[in-house]
Design a binder for this molecule. Structure first.
Ligand code: SAH
Ligand code: SF4
Ligand code: F3S
Length: 436
């Protein structure tokens, strides 16, 4: 069988990369991507389950596809990723128009299963966990990367941390690290393709154990010719070692930005979350990173309304915002995830309180972000150009080492190049500059 495929992607960067790989693997079997749902012969919903809202989005999108299938009975519908893993066969029972349910360790099987469903019209659900995940080693074809100068690479999958609120260990499985030789081979391949920036992905990259420790892996990548920038996500604060901090001191290709989720500023809440650090040790870690790399920029995740979070706990969270002064903060209302330890604690913070805390926190962060951005005015930064600006056809945009987005006037031919840009204006979520 061949035809057109459309993949809807929800969730984290890991899921974005999985979708890229799925497009790439399906293309080898003759399926070409399409933007249009109505033209698709195969539709894949690659799902996230980290919050109730993400889960509901996946389910409502699936619901909408029922009508498409009625109009086009040959349409093959697959649900992949974390919701598929969580619900398994049960999804098909609730929504019989789904043909394929594919868990997070089984994604490599999608092309074969699509053909099997096409030939025999028999639905399948495959959600077994395994000790090795073949899809980790899949390298997407250059044509399927959204940005040819940047490559996202899986170095591990799964998580052993069991933060009490989090469903990820249950839907991605235990931590599995990819062999360092495969990672380095992949980096070299990307370097030959002209990639300049390597972005390493894992739920908790600091605990990477694929034949060497994470800082050592970074040093090896640093030595590969052609690669000019290295980034990674996500780091757990408890696992940021002195050696990793030393990498920021020593490795110029390592970008001046780290995403370091703190979740809460209250020691009581952090303990109940099973996070293994304190308000104080988090701020101390930030100080040590700043000491190693004075222009370091920080981003983080935080949530409000964890069970028993009182006003004093919330004030401790605001204190972290004020002390660290993140450039970017992703903030969420806590939602109960089935099967997690925190689900046993109930959900005793009224939704109005969660909404109000989120409002206060986001207002404070908005101010900090714009103040941080203003401080960049007059400075000159190396910007890796990502693409044409959507708002202004004469402008292009890219990212500085500290991960700020900069818009400036320039030729399309500069996409993929690193150019020097002087900052002239600060916007709420980006900077404006001119080539210097
Ligand atoms: N592995 C990463 C990302 C985990 S999921 C890490 O450990 O940082 C991304 C973010 O979703 C988390 O950092 C957390 O802020 C948020 N999150 C996870 N579970 C949640 C829940 N039950 N309710 C609300 N937000 C949640
Ligand atoms: Fe979830 Fe915690 Fe693992 Fe991150 S470290 S994926 S928040 S269990
Ligand atoms: Fe979501 Fe799964 Fe990523 S739950 S955040 S898509 S690991």
């Amino acid at each position: 069988m061949n035809g057109r495929v459309k993949i809807f992607t929800y969730g984290c960067q890991m899921n974005d990369l999985d979708s890229q790989k799925l497009y790439s693997e399906l293309a080898k079997k003759g399926f070409l991507p399409t933007e249009e749902t109505k033209d698709a012969d195969v539709i894949v919903i690659n799902t996230c389950s980290v919050r109730q809202k993400a889960y509901e989005k996946a389910i409502s999108n699936l619901g909408r596809l029922k009508a498409h299938k009625r109009v086009k009975p040959s349409l093959i519908i697959a649900i992949t990723g974390c919701v598929a893993q969580q619900e398994g066969e049960g999804l098909r029972e609730r929504m019989p128009h789904i043909d394929i349910v594919l868990g997070t360790h089984q994604l490599h099987r999608l092309p074969d299963l699509v053909n099997r469903v096409h030939r025999h019209s028999l639905p399948v659900a495959e959600t077994a966990f395994s000790d090795c995940i073949p899809f980790l080693d899949t390298i997407p074809g250059a044509a399927f990367s959204n940005q040819p100068h940047r490559a996202y690479i899986n170095i591990m999958q799964g998580c052993d941390n069991y933060c009490s609120y989090c469903i990820v260990p249950y839907v991605r499985g235990r931590e599995i690290s990819r062999d360092y030789r495969k990672i380095l081979d992949e980096v070299r391949l990307h370097a030959r393709r002209g990639v300049k920036e390597i972005f390493l992905l894992g739920q908790n990259v600091n605990s990477y154990q694929g034949g060497m420790a994470f800082p050592e892996l970074l040093r090896h990548i640093h030595g590969i010719e052609g690669i000019e920038r290295i980034r990674f996500t996500t780091s757990h604060p408890k696992d940021v070692s002195d050696d990793l901090i030393a990498c920021f001191r020593d490795m110029e290709k390592l970008c001046s930005h780290i995403h370091l989720p703190f979740q809460s500023g209250s020691d009581k809440v952090l303990k109940a979350m099973n996070r293994h650090y304190t308000h104080r040790s988090y701020l101390d870690l930030i100080a040590r990173l700043r000491d190693a790399r004075p222009d370091m920029a920080f981003s983080a995740d935080v949530m409000v309304g964890f069970p028993d979070e009182r006003d004093v706990d919330f004030r401790d969270t605001l204190d972290i915002l004020e002390s660290v002064r993140f450039d970017v903060l992703y903030s969420f209302k806590y939602s109960v995830r089935p099967g997690t330890a925190a689900a046993e604690l109930g959900d005793n913070i009224p939704v109005e309180d969660k909404v109000e805390r989120l409002r206060v926190l986001q207002a404070m962060q908005k101010k900090i972000t714009i103040e941080n951005n203003r401080r960049r005015i007059g400075g000159t930064y190396a910007v890796l150009v990502d693409g044409n600006s959507q708002k202004n056809s004469e402008q292009i945009y890219g990212r500085t080492s500290h991960n700020a987005i900069v818009n400036f006037t320039g030729a399309t031919a500069l996409i993929g190049e690193i150019v020097s840009v002087k900052i002239t204006r600060a916007n709420p979520n980006s900077l404006t500059g001119e080539i210097s």
